[in-house]
Design a protein around this ligand. Structure first.
Ligand SMILES: NC(=O)c1ccc[n+]([C@@H]2O[C@H](COP(=O)([O-])OP(=O)(O)OC[C@H]3O[C@@H](n4cnc5c(N)ncnc54)[C@H](O)[C@@H]3O)[C@@H](O)[C@H]2O)c1
Length: 438
C-alpha cells in the first residue's frame, strides 16, 4: 500500500484534504493547489467557506487572485461537509490550539477533528497534524481514535506530525521556502509525509518521532518568547538609565556570531508566541517539572502593556495633563506589522487600560477598519483616517504597530506627544522633543 501511495503522491495523483481554513491552512491550500494537487478545504465556519467559494480572501496578506485561480481551475473545493473526508487521500489538520481561561491547553478543536476524521475518513489515508501542541498530542489524541477506526498505524493508515512555521506577512519566506520538520508515528508514516511535503516544499527535515517534531515547534517559539522578554526587560532598565535600547541592539547586531537581535515592543501578540510556551509548561507538570524560563518570560511580557501605559502617563504629565480625559490616538492595533490579525494583540489590553482610566481613545489601522467584539473586549471602535486635524487634536499619539506606509515623521511633527513602542522614530528621534519611547 505504501509504495503505491508514494508513487501516486509523486504523480500528484491524490486528493489532499486540509482541515481549518485559517492563517495556516489557507496558504497550504494555495501551495498544494498551485502545485497541481486537488485540494478540499474543510472549515466549520460556513461564512469562510462561502467567501472562499466565491474566490475571495478574508486574510489581508493572502491574495484573492490566488484563491480565485484555484477555484476556477477546480483545484480547490471549500466545504463544511465532513463526509467528503472519505474522498481524500491525505488529511492535514490546521485547527486552533488556544489556551483555556486558566492558561491550560484547549485541545477541543483537535479532539473534535480527530473524531471527525475517524468517523468520516477511511483506511489507507495519511493524516498529518500541523496545529502547534505539546509533545505527545499526536499519539495521545489522534492515534487511539484512528486506530479504532482504521486498524494498524503504518499499515492500514499513516499518521504524522509536522509543525507549521508560517510567518504571516513576511514576503521573504513563503510556505514553499520554509523548511518543514516531519515526524511519523512509524517510519512508513514519516516516509509518506516527507514525500508529500517534498513535492511542495523545498526542504523537508525528517525527525525520528512525532514528539521530536512537536517539541521542535515549541522550542522555536519559547526561544522567541524568552528573548523578547529579555529585551523588554532590558528596555525598561535602559530607559531608566537614559540609554536608547534600540541603538544598543543595533550596535550588538554587528557582532557576526553568537548574537541574534530581538526587539522590544508593547507586549506579545498573535496566535503563537503568547500561547505555545504554556503548552509545554502544562505538559511538564506531568513530569513533575517546572519551566521557570517560560513562567518568567510570560510575566515580563504580560507586564509590557502596563509599562506602556505608565510611560504614556509620564509623557502626559510632562505636558500637565492627566490620562483621564486625554485624547489618545493609537497608531496600529494588529499584533504585528502589515497584517490584519488582532489575536492576542497587546493593543487590545492597552486600549482597555486606557479606557478604564478615562482616556478618550481613537485608533488608526489601515488593516483593521473596526475592532470586532472579542470574548474579552467590546470597544465599538472604528479606524479613523490619519488626518492632520485628528493628529493635532490628540493629546498623544501612541504607536503600537509599525505598519509600513505611514509617514511617522510627519505624524510626529503634528503631535503634541508621540509615544513610540516600536522604534518607528529611530531615524528622526533626536530632532524632536515630543517623542518618548516605551
Ligand atoms: N497563525 C500562525 O502564524 C501560525 C503559525 C504556526 C502555527 N500555527 C498553529 O496552527 C494552528 C492553526 O492556527 P491558525 O492561525 O491557522 O488558526 P485560525 O484560527 O486562523 O484558523 C483555524 C481555522 O480552523 C477552523 N476550525 C476550527 N475547528 C474546526 C473543525 N473542527 N473543523 C474544521 N475547521 C475548524 C476555524 O474556523 C478557523 O477557520 C494552531 O495550532 C496555531 O498555533 C499558527
Amino acid at each position: 500500500m505504501k509504495t503505491k501511495f508514494k508513487e501516486a503522491i509523486k504523480r500528484h495523483d491524490i486528493k489532499v484534504g486540509i482541515i481549518g481554513m485559517g492563517y495556516v491552512g489557507l496558504p497550504l491550500v494555495i501551495r498544494f493547489g498551485s502545485s497541481g494537487f486537488k485540494v478540499t478545504g474543510f472549515d466549520i465556519d460556513g461564512e469562510k467557506v462561502s467567501i472562499l467559494r466565491q474566490g475571495k480572501s478574508y486574510i489581508a496578506h493572502i491574495p484573492p487572485e490566488e484563491i480565485k485561480a484555484l477555484i476556477d481551475d477546480e483545484k480547490f473545493y471549500p466545504t463544511d461537509d465532513y463526509t467528503l473526508l472519505s474522498e481524500v487521500d491525505v488529511v492535514i489538520i490546521c485547527v486552533p490550539t488556544p489556551l483555556t481561561k486558566t492558561q491550560e491547553p484547549d485541545l477541543r478543536f483537535v479532539r473534535a477533528t480527530s473524531r471527525q476524521v475517524a468517523k468520516n475518513g477511511r483506511r489507507g489515508q495519511l493524516v498529518i497534524l500541523e496545529s502547534t501542541t505539546y509533545p505527545g498530542t499526536t499519539k495521545e489524541i489522534l492515534l487511539p481514535d484512528l486506530s479504532v477506526a482504521f486498524g494498524t498505524v503504518g499499515k492500514d493508515f499513516f499518521l504524522a506530525y509536522s509543525p507549521e512555521r508560517e510567518d504571516p506577512g513576511n514576503p521573504d519566506f513563503s510556505t514553499e521556502k520554509i523548511p518543514k520538520v516531519v515526524g511519523g508515528v512509524t517510519p512508513a508514516c514519516r516516509e509518506l509525509a516527507a514525500t508529500l511535503y517534498g513535492e511542495v516544499i523545498k526542504k523537508v527535515v525528517p525527525v525520528s518521532s512525532t514528539e521530536v517534531a512537536e517539541f521542535t515547534k515549541l522550542l522555536e517559539n519559547i526561544y522567541r518568547s524568552i528573548n523578547i522578554a529579555l529585551v523588554n526587560e532590558l528596555k525598561v532598565l535602559a530607559t531608566r538609565m537614559g540609554i536608547d535600547i534600540w541603538e544598543v541592539i543595533q550596535a550588538a547586531s554587528t557582532k557576526p556570531f553568537g548574537f541574534h537581535p530581538f526587539y522590544p515592543g508593547p507586549g506579545l501578540g498573535g496566535h503563537c508566541i503568547p500561547i505555545d510556551p504554556f503548552y509545554l509548561s502544562w505538559k511538564a507538570k506531568q513530569y513533575d517539572f517546572a519551566n521557570r524560563f517560560i513562567q518568567l518570560s510570560g510575566e515580563i511580557n504580560t507586564g509590557m502593556p502596563g509599562y506602556v501605559v505608565s510611560r504614556l502617563m509620564d509623557g502626559l504629565n510632562e505636558n500637565e495633563k492627566s490620562l483621564k480625559g486625554s485624547k489618545i490616538l493609537v497608531l496600529g492595533i494588529a499584533y504585528k506589522k502589515n497584517v490584519d490579525d488582532l489575536r492576542e494583540s497587546p493593543a487590545l489590553v492597552i486600549i482597555d487600560k486606557l479606557l478604564k482610566r478615562g482616556a478618550v481613545v481613537s485608533y488608526h489601522d489601515p488593516f483593521i477598519p473596526e475592532i470586532p467584539k472579542t470574548r474579552k473586549y467590546d470597544f465599538s471602535l472604528q479606524s479613523v483616517p490619519l488626518k492632520e486635524d485628528i493628529i493635532r487634536q490628540s493629546d498623544a499619539v501612541l504607536v503600537l504597530t509599525d505598519h509600513d506606509g505611514i509617514d511617522y515623521q510627519w505624524v510626529t511633527s503634528l503631535s503634541r506627544l508621540f509615544v513610540d513602542t516600536r522604534n518607528v522614530s529611530f531615524e528622526f528621534r533626536k530632532k524632536f522633543e515630543n517623542i518618548i519611547t516605551a
